[in-house]
Design a protein around this ligand. Structure first.
Ligand code: NAD
Ligand code: UD1
Length: 338
């Protein structure tokens, strides 16, 4: 059986990916320090799949701990989700972000090299494109111009891993550039549980829908987009999870580094998403137009054809299904995953 180490496996995208891996016949070992997730996620994964994955409550900054994980398990490949992801916080605490997202990742890559496990799927982000010159964005578009330490840490990881592949042709690395992951597991058992007031659009709308927040603040309606509000490529987290199955399979059969967009290829405006969510929850949701949010771009959507060409992946869920599953998760888990 093929064994995959998943760092950050109890987190939002990680938990969906672990579920998909198990359902595709992989054995999974999770390393997570539970900084932004709960151990109860493991029970939810077991409920969905019938299998409890092996779990290490461990920080990826713990080098000896990582060596032990590789010594105790025969790991064939790693999917690396663990990291901090709050853009605003990363501006306030750059060293904390660089320590976790860079030092922690380098620790992991060193432990992998030492154990002779050189197959890796890395969680990158469309943020590496900065303000894109054109949409849809292809993987050969210019990268750089990131506006915050979080985004810069993603780009630095890409560069580090490109260098690793140059130095040692035995490595296989997939740099997956996610667009905007939203939605939840169709069972309602897994989903995103943001800490405090959400920064991202859909978790915020979900709280307006359940009455915890009064209205949606729409950040600007004077962008050069069809309705003036920002356009993004929202992708269902279940589709994203499936993308990792394709990517890990591909990586196990091909050496070298590949940069791959994971998006649907369709852009939706803030108001489009709000209206889709209104359909999902069956009520009108109040909003107010505010100033633009600093650092935001007008539009960002993927050309996802490389993922289709390399490993036969394309997104299946539409925006209505993404909002339906987000709302279902919100209703079923008023106190998060406990
Ligand atoms: P998440 O916070 O839900 O999951 C990350 C997990 O990593 C959490 O369970 C957390 O406890 C764990 N973790 C953090 N630091 C750790 C450490 N030092 N040691 C061990 N575990 C640690 O985030 P997510 O939304 O599932 O994102 C997963 C990855 O995808 C992240 O690297 C993120 O930057 C990237 N990404 C996310 C998005 C998004 O919109 N959610 C978009 C692009 C890229
Ligand atoms: C943000 C991050 C990006 C990160 C991604 C993860 C910034 C500048 N970028 O992307 O680095 O990879 O999250 O998902 O923070 N909006 C509102 N009201 C809200 C929240 C958002 O109008 O309360 C609008 C935004 O202006 C934007 C769209 O909704 O047009 C999507 O915003 P968001 O969900 O925060 O994602 P991004 O900004 O695309």
């Amino acid at each position: 059986m093929t064994t995959i180490l998943v760092t950050g496996g109890t987190g939002y995208i990680g938990s969906h990916t672990v579920t998909a891996l198990i359902q595709n016949g992989y054995e999974v070992v999770i390393v997570d320090n539970l900084y932004n997730s709960s151990k109860a996620v493991l029970n939810r994964i077991e409920t969905i799949t019938g299998i409890m994955p092996k779990f290490y409550e461990m920080d990826i900054l713990d080098r000896d701990g990582l060596d032990r994980v590789f010594a105790e398990n025969s790991i064939d490949a790693v999917i690396h989700f663990a990291g901090y992801k709050a853009v605003g916080e990363s501006v306030e605490k750059p060293l904390v972000y660089y320590e976790n997202n860079i030092s922690g990742s380098v620790n992991l890559y060193q432990a992998m090299a030492k154990a002779g496990c050189k197959t890796l799927v890395f969680s990158s982000s469309a943020t590496v494109y900065g303000d894109p010159e054109k949409c849809p964005i292809t993987e050969d578009s210019k990268v750089g111009g990131t506006t915050n330490p979080y985004g810069t840490s993603k780009l630095m990881n890409e560069h580090i891993l490109e260098d690793v592949c140059v130095s040692d042709p035995d490595w296989s690395v997939m740099l997956l550039r996610y667009f905007n992951p939203i939605g939840a597991h169709t069972s309602g058992l897994l989903g995103e549980v943001p800490n405090g007031i959400p920064n991202n659009l859909v978790p915020y709308i979900a709280r307006v829908a359940n009455g915890t927040l009064e209205f949606l603040r729409v950040f600007g309606n004077d962008y050069p987009t069809p309705d003036g509000t920002g356009v993004r490529d929202y992708i269902h987290v279940m589709d994203l999870a499936d993308g990792h199955i394709g990517a890990v399979r591909y990586a196990m059969e091909h050496k070298g580094v590949e940069h791959v967009n994971l998006g649907t290829g369709r852009g939706y405006s803030v108001l489009d998403v709000l209206h889709a969510y209104e359909k999902a929850c069956g009520k009108q949701l109040p909003y107010r137009i505010l100033e633009r949010r600093p650092g935001d771009i007008a539009e960002c959507y993927a050309d996802p054809s490389k993922a289709l060409r390399l490993f036969g992946w394309k997104a299946r869920y539409d925006i209505d299904e993404m909002c339906r599953d987000s709302w279902n998760f919100t209703l079923q888990n008023p106190d998060g995953i406990k």
